[in-house]
Design a protein around this ligand. Structure first.
Ligand code: NAD
Ligand code: AKB
Length: 321
């Protein structure tokens, strides 16, 4: 393997739900200039992204990616650019092109320049034949196009590790709940949107049924898991290195609405399932994360109550400032 051109970090899809939080965490840890945020779109003028290095980059443009890697002295890529499940069901061709094509460009750059890669997977790799609590090792038969691209991403990552020694790591993130950036076209977005609606309107119309139970996680846990996995000793990572299950919280849409109503008296929610119900129904209720716990000591810190408190506190503070 070639020696990496430097030790700076490149984040693709940095303006999205995870990137918004990950870039500021990485900048706090390594310094503002050590982290180059990139995305296919421009950041808002008044966002945090205007205060650090940013480059416009499509993950499908492998030539520009490799030029940036060399010119900017990159050693690690956090590859977050993707099309999520709900958008993917509407535009399968785009989902396949960006998720598979973009991952190939990142892995090729990593192979050519000896880079480390974090490339997230998703609980969407599981399909309707999965157990309710999906084990780490189980058949991966997703029915959504997004889930299929995530399985392909894991297979590609494992191939580049085994064939070329590229240090690729990944986590099968559950649905993530956060307050800094809006969720980006996924099926689990209701668990984010409900909070803003509760504060703004006292009411939310939820696009999955009250009984829909999915694996979820508060963003702080997801960012900590990302850092922990990337910090882990290579020797401790087993066959799950490109797609570790990590458990956060498992709740139904109704339980989430009830937990919010306890904090915001008068809040109401009605449930009007749309096309995303079918996607949600194809995913497990929960995941088993024994491999992540054993290999790199994973443990979530947020339960439903703590997550609801954090979301309402931060969104209210944001609104009043
Ligand atoms: P997001 O949709 O919020 O952000 C994705 C970003 O990618 C956007 O800013 C978008 O502009 C950018 N993008 C789209 N096409 C691009 C292209 N061709 N080139 C460069 N950038 C492009 O997504 P997210 O929630 O931040 O997810 C990041 C990763 O984590 C994805 O791989 C996703 O599958 C995975 N993941 C997310 C969740 C979740 O709940 N957020 C759960 C499981 C897995
Ligand atoms: C989505 O709903 O598409 C994402 C995911 C679980 O991967 N949040």
């Amino acid at each position: 393997m070639a020696e990496a051109p430097g030790d700076r970090i490149l984040v693709t899809g940095a303006l999205g739900q995870i990137g918004t939080e990950l870039v500021s965490t990485l900048r706090k840890r390594y310094g503002r200039d050590a982290v180059l945020a990139t995305d296919i779109r421009d950041p808002d003028q008044d966002s945090n992204f205007s205060q650090g290095p940013f480059a416009k980059l499509s993950v499908l443009d492998g030539e520009s990616m490799e030029r940036i890697v060399v010119e900017e002295g990159i050693g690690t890529i956090f590859h977050l650019a993707a099309i999520l499940s709900a958008t993917g069901e509407k535009d399968p061709e785009l989902c396949q092109r960006v998720n598979v094509g973009g991952t190939v460009c990142v892995l090729e750059a990593a192979r050519d320049f000896g880079l480390r890669v974090f490339s997230p997977s998703s609980i969407a790799v599981f399909g309707p034949d999965s157990l309710k609590t999906a084990p780490q090792s189980s058949p991966l038969n997703p029915t959504t196009i997004y889930g299929k691209t995530k399985v392909t991403g894991e297979v590609l990552g494992m191939n580049y590790w085994k064939q070329y020694g590229v240090d690729v790591r990944g986590i099968r993130f559950p649905g993530l709940v956060s307050w800094k950036a809006p969720a980006g076209g996924g099926t689990t977005d209701y668990a984010v949107d409900i909070f803003r609606a509760a504060l703004d309107d006292g009411h939310y119309e939820c696009f999955v049924s009250e009984e829909t139970r999915l694996p979820m996680m508060y963003i702080d846990d997801a960012i900590r898991a990302t850092e922990n996995l990337m910090d882990a000793d290579k020797a401790h990572l087993g066959t799950s290195r490109v797609g570790y299950n990590i458990r956060g919280i498992s709740f139904t849409a109704g339980e989430l609405a009830d937990a919010i109503a306890e904090k915001i008296p008068g809040f109401t929610c009605n449930f009007v399932p749309d096309f995303r119900q079918k996607v949600a129904d194809s995913w497990p209720d929960d995941v088993d994360d024994m491999s992540a716990r054993e290999d790199w000591g994973w443990k979530a810190e947020y339960d439903l109550d703590k997550m609801v408190d954090e979301m309402l506190f931060n969104l209210s503070k944001n609104q009043s400032s």
